[in-house]
Design a protein around this ligand. Structure first.
Ligand code: GDP
Ligand code: MG
Length: 174
């Protein structure tokens, strides 16, 4: 028996505009809760969840932004050593989609070049308010060689899949 309680350990960092649902996605996945009931994220915050993939224990260390996204002051330290990035926008908020190139510039500047990035369109439970067509987001993700998934932290739609897909991809690239 190994002394470690896991076979893999990966650091996953969520980025994207304030209000797109990053904290809700993390809390939904790690605690099964919505809403998290703690308001805005305060201070640097990470949560741990271990999942099993094909008999292997994969420990996910998930970092939520501490509200710095409002001030555009997320820096190198936050991206450093991230194995994966979850770049999130809100499908009901065109502005959050239009900011994606800015986030990509940050990734290019601060993340390591092996980082796996998945683009996530959150809040699909609000389909009637959709401002960003799925095809448009898929095309954007394709052009940047990113995975793409649409989620609802509220309805728990695709949230488990998001983290499991990412873990699978990370194992494949490990
Ligand atoms: P963050 O700033 O990116 O961390 O966003 P939060 O997780 O704090 O969420 C911002 C707001 O969006 C809150 O009012 C949440 O209740 C709401 N929200 C988050 N995810 C969803 C979702 O999947 N569906 C809906 N309808 N609202 C959501
Ligand atoms: Mg937050």
């Amino acid at each position: 028996m190994s002394m470690e309680d896991y076979d893999y350990l990966f650091k996953i960092v969520l980025i994207g505009n304030a209000g797109v649902g990053k904290t809700c996605l993390v809390r939904r996945f790690t605690q099964g809760l919505f809403p998290p009931g703690q308001g805005a994220t305060i201070g640097v915050d990470f949560m741990i969840k271990t999942v099993e993939i094909k008999g292997e224990k994969v420990k996910l260390q998930i970092w939520d932004t501490a509200g710095q996204e409002r001030f555009r002051s997320i820096t190198q330290s936050y991206y450093r050593s991230a194995n994966a990035l979850i770049l999130t926008y809100d499908i009901t908020c065109e502005d959050s989609f239009r900011c994606l190139p800015e986030w990509l510039r940050e990734i290019e500047q601060y993340a390591n070049n092996q980082v796996v990035t998945i683009l996530v369109g959150n809040k699909i439970d609000l389909a009637e308010k959709r401002e960003v067509l799925r095809q448009r987001a898929e095309d954007f993700a394709d052009a940047q060689s990113m995975l793409y998934l649409e989620t609802s932290a509220k309805e728990s739609d695709n949230v488990e899949k998001l983290f499991l897909d990412l873990a699978c991809e990370l194992i494949r690239e490990a």
